[in-house]
Design a protein around this ligand. Sequence first.
Ligand code: PLP
Length: 471
Amino acid sequence: MSEVRHDRSGPGPAGGYHGVAESARALMAGPLLPELGGAPHDVLADVTRAFAAGSVDLTHPAALARMQPPSLAVAAAAELVVATLNQSLHAWESGPFALEIERFVTAELATLIGYGSGAGGTLTSGGSVSNLMAMTMARDSVLARRLSRRPGQEGVAGLHRRPVVLAQEAIHFSIGRALRILGIGEDQLIPVAVDADGRTSAADARRVLFGLPGTDLPLALVALAGSTDLGVIDPLRELAEVAREHDLWLHADAAYGAGALFSERLRPLLDGLSEADSVTMDLHKFGWLPSSSAMLLVKSRGDLQDSFGLATTTCLTSADDTEQGYHGLQGESLQTTRRADAFKILVALRCLGRERLSAMVDACHDLAIHAAERIREEPRLELVAHPPLGAVLFRYLTDDPGKADEVNGAARRELMATGRLLLARTHLVDGAGVQRVYLKLLFLNPETAPEQVDDVIAMFLTTARRIEAEG
Ligand SMILES: *Cc1c(COP(=O)(O)O)cnc(C)c1O
């Protein structure tokens, strides 16, 4: 990697889209499957060198665009073990010990959430799939309970009530996509208002529920436990009460915010998480694990089996084997062949320990607070909110307010093309109800120093000023 570092001035490859596409074309000039294969060492070395040179250096303090942490070295080593042993979780004989590791890891993390002994969980490819699985269980369990319907078998066509899901607007787009896939439809997502801090209002959720026509059947309330943009954490305990009153499934999306569970300081923000019927959790965000290291945890293990278990005897299920304990985990997952991702989680968490993991999460939160304070002091920058976790939203203010979107967008693109600074971009509705471009700093590198954050902000300001001046 040192070769890569030397010809870089930042976390990204220089030369922008065209530069990277060109070097990729040069490397891949030959066919994917040549007539005669090459020497493994040479092929691996050549391709790795090019891949690394064109990749984002996640250890760089200016790599702030996405929820990708630098991987722990021990977790990367554990990945190699996972790939070498190549176990799978679908049948007992495909990964006997891997099954036990996954059961152990999900049970321990369920306990960390505060779930009881009936809890279950499964590793997934990411928060998006965890959210899809949660919405599937919400649909299946509520329709079974309320309408004696078995949607897995009968589908949702011809229902005499319209299934709806309640959530505020800042939920992750994968929830809407899940409703599309499930035949519920994204139009059935009913918005709930937020309070001054962007948290879902329990009072408004009640108001919406009481106002629904009798032909609507509310299935679920989706709570934010760390929103993708600001890191907003909903009042989980209050929302759990609303869900209980109305017999709804409560899903908490903690894909990003689960990191707070590991921090002594931030953990109280997640009070009430154990009241949710399901929780999405990514350890490839806060957790410092390579992707995929994600899971869905459920309060009641039976719900997973009801939605994802195979109803009939297949090549993977036979009653007598299952009775004797010889069964895999395919009945609790969307996948069949599935990696032993729990192994690297086990290794990484054992190595870190609570104290160090807590300090790492806090260090990222501290960097976000530092950045927010720095932005607040700068008259040309507008801070969106005090950061609850490790994400900071802001934008550059132009003399002509009409130019702000363009200048912010162009400054981000220029810094990305030169590889010097990687920022995320998002949209927020401003006080006047207009969608505006905002930029985002995502802190997931606990080794970054506050002075490096100052440098990043100064670099952004210089670029934005110059772009504004050039008109
Ligand atoms: C990142 C994120 C997701 C999606 O997770 P993937 O692992 O990228 O699929 C879902 N919800 C929230 C709140 C997230 O931040």
